[in-house]
Design a protein around this ligand. Structure first.
Ligand code: SIN
Ligand code: CO
Length: 375
């Protein structure tokens, strides 16, 4: 992606300028980010998605007796009528289920794939919304249908109301207010307070991000290290030729504590292992994603493209795909990085792969992680 090209999507800023000035720092309102935007998913399709098992959805109602929240799936006719005011339903990860939504998400790949998460779509009746709140992650709020009034502010006080089934700020103070029309977009950095209320029926697409959390990442990496540790660290026994005779028999010798720290240092010393565990973690498919087995003989002659649900990334030594890592170098590394960046590889490029890399691609195709390139 050309990071120096001004984009209507970013109000005429280049991706580089946007990342420097706004990303994780301050909001950006873009009028006509996608001129003449015609959403490829409408109300009926979204209601159908919210009815499906394996699709994450929520219903939020702002009722006279307070906020109500319910998790999907929502079978046919179980949602309130759209003539009833002040309710909304939200469908998470629509990019996993719809090629057009997945294609739109690609426009945001000036942010690394490791940070891009999903597209959530909300559909609200008049007055509907999820209340004043803040999110922990950056978000682009793209208005897809109808109008939404956004009020936003840098609330210092992030105290949440207690006893409500969703996160609602106790003392929301708006500093700015805008009404968004279809094609308009609002970027908000993490923790920026906001409240979006539908003016008539309204659909909003949230392009969302993820960021590893310290403790969770440490646990994931350590679990991976634990699997490798027995072989990787070695099998030498603790030795204590200098151990003196003890009068306090139950006390653990400090040298044994040092030994424990040394073996852990040894387990952490292999930087490539840590890198491959990180890549495997970052490309792990979402919990609700299952790949079938291909019903056709895999074949690279037409070129290949990644299935929309496939996650593929790379570092200096490895490529990672759907939670697995492969050591690659030379021409194969160049071609596989091209596949990860472009999410496709032409037939002529496939023909240049080594035998072992071609075998890997055929395996991925048999697992439906890849499919023949669509012309
Ligand atoms: C919505 O689409 O209603 C909520 C999006 C958000 O506030 O993050
Ligand atoms: Co939000």
């Amino acid at each position: 992606m050309n990071t120096e090209q001004p984009l209507a999507l970013l109000g005429g800023l280049t991706p580089s300028q946007f990342m420097k000035r706004h990303w994780q720092k301050k909001p950006l309102l873009v009028r006509n980010a996608i001129p003449n935007f015609v959403p490829c998913v409408g109300r009926t399709e979204l209601v159908a998605l919210a009815g499906q098992e394996g699709v994450e959805s929520r219903l939020i109602v702002d009722s006279p007796r307070g906020w109500k929240m319910k998790h999907g799936p929502f079978p046919k006719r179980s949602l309130p009528p759209f003539s009833q005011k002040k309710w909304t339903f939200l469908v998470q990860g629509v990019d996993l289920h719809h090629d057009g939504v997945h294609a739109l998400m690609q426009q945001f790949r000036f942010v690394p794939d490791a940070r891009l998460d999903d597209v959530m779509i909300s559909y609200a009746s008049d007055g509907g919304g999820v209340g004043p709140h803040f999110d922990s992650y950056d978000v682009f709020l793209l208005q897809a249908h109808g109008q939404r009034r956004w009020r936003i502010g840098r609330n210092k006080d992030l105290t949440l109301q207690s006893g409500v089934p969703l996160k609602i700020l106790q003392n929301f103070e708006a500093e700015e207010e805008f009404v968004l029309n279809p094609g308009d977009m609002l970027y908000l950095p993490p923790k920026y307070a906001h409240d979006g209320v539908a003016e008539g029926e309204c659909m909003t697409w949230s392009i969302g991000f993820r960021a590893p959390q310290e403790g969770e990442l440490a646990r994931e990496l350590l679990l991976g290290l634990a699997d490798e540790a027995f072989e990787g660290v070695g099998d030498a026994l603790y030795r204590d030729p200098k151990q003196a005779a003890v009068s306090s028999s139950a006390a653990i010798p400090p040298a044994l504590g040092d030994f424990a720290r040394q073996v852990l240092d040894k387990a952490l010393k292999n930087p490539h292992l840590l890198d491959s565990l990180l890549g495997e973690y970052l490309t792990e498919p979402k919990a609700n994603v299952w790949f079938d087995i291909a019903d056709k003989e895999p074949d690279l002659s037409e070129g290949v493209q990644l299935d929309r649900r496939t996650k593929m990334m790379y570092d200096d030594r490895h490529v990672f795909i759907n939670g697995e890592s492969f050591r690659v170098g030379g021409g194969d590394a160049r071609l596989l990085r091209q596949l990860a960046d472009n999410r496709s590889l032409s037939a002529s490029s496939c023909a240049k792969l080594s035998e072992s890399a071609s075998e890997a691609l055929l395996d991925w195709m048999a697992s439906t992680w890849l499919k023949p390139l669509e012309k």
